[in-house]
Write a protein that binds this ligand. Structure first.
Ligand code: CA
Length: 626
């Protein structure tokens, strides 16, 4: 009846708007993200969770039609813009491309619009599940990608990424990238290292301090300022061809404040929220402290790591599965041999246990290193999986960072000896190895991206550097070398973290000093680099990861220890005295046994073990016994 009042043209206009209107409501439901972006057939666990994000997506009805793939269930979280789908992929499903359909709600008799979203099920690379992780026979080199080498100046600043490159700002982005790392593969091979740990490469679209990579804004994207996913995959391939494993640095404790989901969280429990900003108290000791106040533990686990780093709540089961699948996705996609997980103690132990179990279910020989930054041995040991004792976190972690030993190495040669100081510091730390289920699985280091550079800590003294490095490569554990330590790079913690993360010389085209070209080095730097190569060789050829270690109480500025494995044994003598010292082998008979000659590894000098001999000042000797 009302229509009669409109002319024919008016009616056409109204019909037009009805048509447009329908079009708008169809277009309103749009998939912005579906994660993980692809998956594989033949995984040990047939289930797959898909996070689907898009305006109004929860009002749609999803379906999948592909032989072998079943849509088990759909979870709606209360946020209209998210859907979680659970697929079941039966073991013999063929790899291929499928479509996931999202049907808009039925309105009237018209067929509802349907969104078709492509999804790929790939076939796994042969041997993928049986990949070998790093072991205690490895030597690991760790680098910060923004600060290592700039292989592609064209990607230094990228449209859409907030922070632009500015090499004159110590806290800014300097332009280092994946191609720059790839350009150094020959360098890595010459040093003899067996695995490369690269600080996080994921997108960090933060306004400032984005170079370090620990505030991810997308768990599935390589930061375009580091390069492309393809470049990362070819780096991984090239490394593998050169016998070097790839360890990815991951963070599950927190994300970046600019993470895409922060404006519209999938669930109300996705992150830990506080009435006002609350920082973690960083007191990981509260986790195992028998007297700890519950509020301290809560602040430790649920406080934010920093203002720009919201604390993820891994007890949210949807997030937990999201994170577990994210790791598996990267292992499978990038051919990883290991993961280094940041801020391990800050993450819910129930989650980390599940996470490791799932990874081991898919990759039984894969290796995970947890960053356990604690001051004391007992607190650190609590994080290592130890079936023999109830005194552990239960998080099934195998490989840990050995901060207590690192602190001791930094003090041992520089400081005067005292009852517990100087060389005794090393002795005290190692004597507590009974706490660990496996001390050979500790990652040992003299410095890293968060602490003062070792060379600076030794007062720029090459001899002390040499003593510390020789100890590192001849004691138990898995040595990790931070880029630049091999060429005596300096860095003071008091000047801020940027001072510890300076550009690797020669990584930039206009650098006057270049490691790759051997240009502009001081005599000490040349000596250090050669020594480093020898140490890696000694380590990878030696018995340090299989043999038995015996050490003697340090005496008169000399620390002696040795390794034996079947018929092979060797003696390490670290002399910190600044003058020549008379060394009597008599005290060390239990280690030297009937052997009468020691051949020094670096100089090939021969020492007779049946009488005292003079050892040079501030020098290590590594004697292979005959
Ligand atoms: Ca670049």
């Amino acid at each position: 009846m009302i229509l009669t009042r409109f002319s024919g043209i008016s009616l056409l206009i109204i019909l037009f708007f009805i048509y447009i209107g329908t079009g708008v409501s169809e277009a309103q439901v749009k998939i912005e993200r579906l994660e993980p972006p692809c998956w594989w057939t033949g995984m040990s666990d047939p289930s797959l969770q898909l996070l689907v994000y898009g305006k109004g997506i929860s009002s749609t009805t999803p379906s999948v039609q592909y032989p072998g793939v079943l849509l088990d269930s759909v979870v709606r979280t209360g946020n209209p813009d998210y859907l979680f789908l659970y697929l079941s992929i039966s073991p013999n499903t063929a790899a291929g491309k499928l479509e996931i359909l999202f049907a808009a709600p039925q309105k009237g008799k018209k067929k509802p619009p349907v969104i078709h979203h492509p999804f790929e099920l790939k076939s796994r690379e042969t041997g993928s599940a049986q990949r070998q992780g790093f072991t205690s026979s490895d030597v690991i080199y760790m680098l910060m990608p923004d600060r290592f080498a700039n292989g592609d100046p064209a990607n230094d600043s990228v449209g859409g990424m907030l922070e632009k490159a500015n090499r004159s700002n110590p806290d800014g982005r300097h332009g280092g990238d994946i191609r720059g790392i790839r350009n150094h593969i020959g360098y890595f091979r010459e040093t003899g290292i067996t695995a490369l740990w690269i600080n996080p490469l994921l997108e960090n679209n933060m306004h400032a301090y984005s170079y370090h990579g620990y505030a991810a804004t997308d768990f599935y994207s390589i930061d375009p300022r580091f390069g492309t996913l393809d470049e990362y995959l070819s780096l991984s391939d090239e490394l593998r061809k050169n016998g070097i494993g790839l360890i990815a640095d991951m963070v599950f404790n927190h994300c970046g404040l600019n993470h895409w989901w922060m404006n519209n969280l999938p669930t109300s429990t996705w992150i830990h929220q506080w009435p006002e900003f609350t920082r973690s108290n960083y007191r990981a000791e509260s986790l195992m402290d028998p007297y700890a106040a519950a509020s301290d533990q809560k602040e430790m686990l649920e406080g934010w790591f920093d203002r720009g780093m919201p604390d993820l709540n891994q007890q949210d089961p949807l997030l937990a599965t999201y994170l577990i699948q994210n790791s598996i996705w990267w292992i499978e996609t990038a051919g990883l041999t290991g993961i280094r997980m940041d801020t391990w103690p800050y993450v819910d132990a129930g989650f980390t246990e599940k996470w490791i179990d799932r990874i081991r279910e898919e990759y039984p020989k894969f290796s995970v290193l947890g960053e356990t930054w604690l001051q004391k041995e007992a607190h650190t040991s609590w994080f290592q999986q130890n079936p023999a004792t109830r005194f552990n976190s239960g998080s099934n972690l195998t490989f840990l960072t050995d901060f207590p030993l690192s602190y001791a190495i930094n003090r041992a040669f520089r400081d005067e000896d005292s009852w517990t100081g100087g060389l005794y510091d090393l002795y005290y730390v190692l004597s507590q190895d009974f706490l660990y289920a496996n001390p050979k699985h500790l990652m040992t280091f003299v410095d890293n991206h968060d602490v003062q550079r070792f060379y600076s800590n030794q007062g720029d003294n090459y001899n002390l550097w040499d003593l510390g490095m020789t100890f590192l490569f001849t004691t138990r554990g898995i040595p990790v070398i931070y880029y630049g330590t091999e060429i005596l790079m300096e860095g003071e913690k008091s000047k801020g973290d940027a001072d510890l993360r300076k550009d690797f010389p020669g990584g930039w085209a206009d650098d006057t000093v270049s490691v790759l070209l051997g240009r502009g080095f001081s005599a000490d730097q040349m000596k250090a680099l050669n020594r480093f190569r020898q140490l890696v060789k000694l380590r990878t050829e030696g018995i340090y990861h299989q043999g038995d270690l015996v050490h003697f109480v340090p005496r008169d500025g000399v620390y002696v220890y040795g390794w034996s494995h079947y018929y092979e044994n060797l003696l390490v003598i670290l002399n910190k005295n600044s003058s020549e010292t008379l060394f009597d082998p008599e005290r060390f008979r239990e280690l030297t046994g009937g052997k009468t000659l020691g051949i020094e590894y670096f100089t090939q000098e021969v020492y007779s073990l049946d009488k005292p001999f003079v050892i040079p000042p501030q020098k290590p000797l590594v004697l292979y016994l005959k």
